[in-house]
Every structure is written in C-alpha cells, then in structure tokens.
Design a protein around this ligand. Structure first.
Ligand code: SF4
Length: 587
C-alpha cells in the first residue's frame, strides 16, 4: 500500500491503481459520466478532474495512476468550476424535455446539474437534429439525448462482444450509431439492454409495452363492468407470467426487505392490476429442465451434437445465429421458459377455460429486454399468433405498480393460479448464472441413474464468476459442464470448444453478466451488492424449499400425464421446442 494526501488528509492506495478507485475506497465521491468499474478508463467525459500538485492542468482521476506522496484536491474551486462548465456544455446540446423524459428523476446528467448548482443556460449553439431509432423490438435509441460518454459502445463491444454500435464522425458531428447508420433492427444488436443499463441519460431505453398492456387491462375492466346499458362481452382473458429473477428484485424498489422473495406479493399486486390469471415462469422453467435434461441424456446416448448449449437466453440465441452459426445445431431445441408457458397458456389453459387462443392476451414480466424480441420471433408463433403478446421489463412493471398506486406493504402474499401453480426451487434458480445448469443436472442425473444428485456436488456452478466449470459423475459417466455469462466470455469459450475443448457435454450461457438478475430490463443502478442480495435470495429459496427438483414437481408430472405425454413427445415438440437458423446481419 502507498499513502497519498487527498484534501490534506492521508488515504491508502494500491500501487498502480487509478486515483478514482482509491478515492472511492476512501469514501470521496468524485462524479463521472463515462467510467465503468470493470472496463478500461477512457477519461472521455472529464468530469472526474481533480487538482494534482505539480500538474499544470486538471487531471481526470479515472485515468491517472496513483503515486506515493501524491497531493490531490478533489473539490477545489477550480475543479468544481470545471465540472460545472462541462455539465453546462453538455446541457447546451441536450433537449430541454426533462419533464417528459422516461429518465426524469433518474438521469445522471440531471442529478449532476442539480448537484453542481446549474441554474441557468449560459451556452447556446446550433444543435444537430436527430431522429430517435425505434426500429428495434427491444431498444429505443435517441441520439439527441446522447452525451457521447461511450459507455454503451464499450459494454456492447467489451462485455458482450457484439459491437453493434460505435462512434460515427468526429467533432460536432460525432454521434453513436450502427453500421451505415441503419436501424438497430437490422444491425447485429442482440437486444440485451446492457447499453441501457449503463446509459446515464434517456438516450437508450426499452421499447415500452406499457400502453398495450394497460389498454388490454382497461378493456377487460370495461367489459367486466359495462356502462350505459352495454352488454358485457368479457373481452380477452388477460394472463400474466413473471420470471424467477423479478420477484427477488422488486423488493429493493418497493420498500420491502431487500433480497426477499416477493413472489406472493407480486401475485397479489398483479391481480389488483387487473390480470385474470397469474403464473410464475419458474413453473415452465421446471418444464424446460424436464425437456432439456431429456435432450441432454438423449444426445449423450446418441452421440450429439455436443456440447448441448442452453437456449433460454434470447440474446445468446441471436448471438449464435449471427456470430457462430456453426454452433446453431448445438443449441437446445427447447424454447425458453417464457415461450413454453406462452405456448401452454394459448393451448392447455385455453382448453381449460373453453376459449380460443386468440381470445387470450398473454403478458410476460421479464428482467430482460431481449424477451421483447423473442416474443415476436416468427418461429415461436403458432397458427400466425404469438404465444406472448407483450413483454414488460421489471422497470416497466414498477412504473405500472406506481401508476396504479399499489402499496405492497398492505398486501398479503397470494399463490399463483392453476393449472401452472406449483414450481420447484430448481425452476427458480434460472434467475442467476449457473442456475439452469444446476437445475438441469439434478434432473439429468435422476434420468441417468434413478438417484437424486446431492446438491453439494454442484456448488462449483454457483456465484457470480463469469466462467465456471464442473465435472459431475453420473453412474459410469463423467459429464463435463461449463457455465458462462456475458457474451464476450461465451464467444471465447466457443472458440476454445472449436479447438481443444470438445469434451464438454453441456454449456449454460447467460447473455448478461451474472444472469437474469442483472438483465437489461432490471432497475437502473443495479450494483454488485444488489446482485449479491438477489443471488442470495435465490439460493435461500432453494435451500428452504421442500421441492428442489423439476422431476419431483407434482404439477409438472400431472401436466405430462394429462396433456403433454412425456418429455420430447410429439406434443412437447410441437409446443415446447423450436429450431433456430443462421442469420445475416449488417456488421
Ligand atoms: Fe449492444 Fe446489447 Fe445495446 Fe444491442 S442491446 S446495442 S447488443 S449492448
């Protein structure tokens, strides 16, 4: 350790680290708009400038290495003046529509303007006019609100290995865009929303489905209580499912105990919002486990193609289609839990309710922006109808809850509805990296040996590490498994598999680093501590659950007996499986 003098007080720093890191550790908050902890600093925004003794100019602390005895002033009048001017210049080229912006009250630029005392516009100049790009099913880009911090560009390239967006032109014409400045829908974007998570302003947001969902709920409400002598026609049944990661996240935002599983409260809130039937996607995650474990065992016994690559993360699917089409055949043919439940809602539930599939409006609440794209994929529609009509992210759900003035503290937990009302904790584990592998291996082990797999043997796939591996003995067979999150990591693993790691049997990939708990549709400002608490909640649920394996779920068993037949049956294939194909994109 070395010692620096900061604001006339000593602080400790590690040799070689950047000044900003040491300042943060010492509890000295210096603002930045472009810095991302896990990525190389660029010093692009200059907001983190500080005075360093012996340096004529102010220095960007994010890109300035510490040195023994260094003397630093972080909030001197000169540094504060410089920061304020930077923010004023950014605002001079920014739309004045904060009140109407989706990031109002949650915008880093707005916060900094307030913190630095910006109270009037001092700089005026010609502004470039940009049109928002609304072409993507998942993401809306508004270059007029972009402050060129470059975080989205770096996340897309360095974390996701996609590089769908980059800086175009220089100087006053510089902006962030896609190849040939075309719509995001024809770019290589895999809809993960990680760019949205790091964007400090409203330049990147999700494609919202709130309006459609509210219309469906209102229509249902009007139909249930007709006015002016109109006859009730019932309207479409409005059905909702919520993903495993959502219920361990919303507690943080709703003033409940962080890290608590709020699934029961969520069911109650969704009913108060007007949904007719409420289901937990963890139930169909159990079905995914049943199908995927059977597929793994089948491929191991028949010689491949191996490794079997998981297919529940839609960003990953598009990434394989675009960047690694030689692995499309390795993808599991299982639909994701969202799409499996969507297909069952419009087939089995429709049958139980005596309705046509077209008379059901199916909503999914997901931690993921790519699920919006997935819901609209033509290969996942049946008879020209999508199985999922609208997808709300966790953020949109929270907006809807606030819009309707629901107070979760005054609600009692309620169970999910039949006929998909019971889940195992294996299905719940889908919310985090390693969870799908753990759940599938529990059932694959049972299929291969007739014995339950002790949970302790899968500990290696737990935790937030980006790459994990484990070998599991199943009878005579050694099953080699890798778990990876973040697509740049996944791309590297595929390269290794092509060369020297052909022995792998099963690979779980989650698009977002950490899995769905860190998905692109989750609350903004998610940090490592929030991820840890969501992850702990998932493992607590599993530890305390009476039902820990999908093949033990009595509701899943009954569904197979009464409707699906058995895993990989013709009906299962028709409803729960699909095929993906190589995809051409503009790179
Ligand atoms: Fe890149 Fe993901 Fe953003 Fe698309 S959604 S631009 S792939 S970070």
């Amino acid at each position: 350790m070395i010692t620096l003098q900061v604001n006339n007080r000593p602080i400790e720093a590690q040799p070689g680290e950047m000044l900003l890191t040491a300042l943060r550790r010492a509890g000295i908050n210096v603002p930045t708009l472009c810095n991302l902890e896990q990525l190389t600093p660029t010093g692009a925004c200059r907001l983190c400038v500080v005075e360093v003794e012996g340096q004529r100019n102010l220095m960007p602390s994010c890109a300035f290495p510490v040195a023994p005895g260094m003397k630093v002033w972080t909030h001197s009048p000169r540094a504060l003046r410089a920061r304020k001017t930077i923010v004023e210049l950014l605002l001079a080229n920014h739309p004045d529509d904060c009140l109407y912006c989706v990031r109002n009250n949650n915008c880093r630029l707005q916060q900094l303007a307030a913190e630095l005392g910006v109270r009037q516009r001092r700089y005026f100049g010609a502004r470039r006019q940009y049109h928002a790009d609304t072409s993507s099913a998942s993401i809306v880009r508004d270059p007029a609100k972009c402050i060129l911090c470059g975080k989205c560009v770096r996340v897309c390239e360095e974390i996701q290995g996609v590089a769908a967006i980059d800086f175009i032109h220089r100087g006053s014409r510089a902006h962030v865009g896609t190849a040939f400045d075309q719509g995001l829908n024809v770019s290589s974007c895999i809809n993960c929303g990680q760019c949205v998570m790091v964007c400090p302003t409203g330049a990147l947001t999700e494609q919202s489905h709130i309006k459609e969902v509210v219309e469906a709920l209102n229509h249902r409400l009007r139909a249930a209580a007709p006015r002016d002598g109109a006859t009730a026609n019932g309207g479409p049944l409005v059905v909702v499912q919520h993903a495993p990661a959502v219920s361990v996240t919303i507690a943080e935002e709703l003033g409940l105990r962080p890290g608590a599983d709020a699934a029961g409260i969520l069911n109650a809130m969704l009913r108060r919002l007007g949904f007719d039937r409420v289901f937990d996607t963890s139930f169909s995650a159990d079905l995914t486990v049943m199908e995927e474990a059977a597929e793994l065992v089948h491929r191991i016994k028949t010689g491949g193609p191996l490794p079997l690559l998981t297919s529940c993360s839609p960003g990953w699917i598009k990434y394989v289609e675009e960047f690694h089409p030689d692995f499309v055949g390795n993808l599991s043919t299982c639909k994701s839990p969202q799409q499996m439940l969507g297909a069952l809602i419009k087939s089995h539930l429709a049958e139980c309710e005596g309705r046509d599939a077209a008379d059901i409006y199916s909503v999914a609440i997901m931690p993921c922006t790519a699920k919006k794209f997935e819901a609209g994929r033509p290969e996942l529609a049946r008879h020209g109808l999508p199985d999922v009509d609208a997808v709300l992210t966790t953020r949109e759900l929270l907006r809807l809850i606030r819009l309707r003035g629901l107070d979760p503290a005054r609600l009692d937990p309620e169970p999910a509805d039949s006929p998909f009302g019971e889940r195992s904790s294996a299905g719940k584990l889908f919310g985090a990296t390693g969870g799908v592998a753990e759940a599938a291996l529990r059932t694959a082990h049972y299929l291969l040996t007739g014995q339950e797999l002790p949970v302790a043997r899968l500990k290696a796939v737990r935790g937030l590490d980006a790459v994990k591996q484990v070998t599991v003995k199943m009878g005579e067979l050694e099953v080699h498994v890798a778990v990876v999150s973040g697509l740049a990591n996944a791309g590297r693993l595929l390269d290794e598999i092509r060369t020297d790691r052909r022995h792998l049997h099963f690979v779980e990939v989650m698009t977002c680093p950490g899995g769905c708990i860190a998905g692109g549709g989750q609350p903004l400002g998610t940090d490592r501590a929030a991820l840890r608490s969501r992850l702990d909640a998932l493992y607590r649920i599993d530890r305390d659950a009476p039902l820990r394996a999908a093949h033990r779920n009595p509701t899943v068993r009954r569904l197979y007996e009464e409707f699906l037949g058995e895993p990989l049956s013709t009906r299962s294939h028709e409803l729960l499986h699909t095929q993906y194909h190589a995809r051409e994109v503009v790179h």
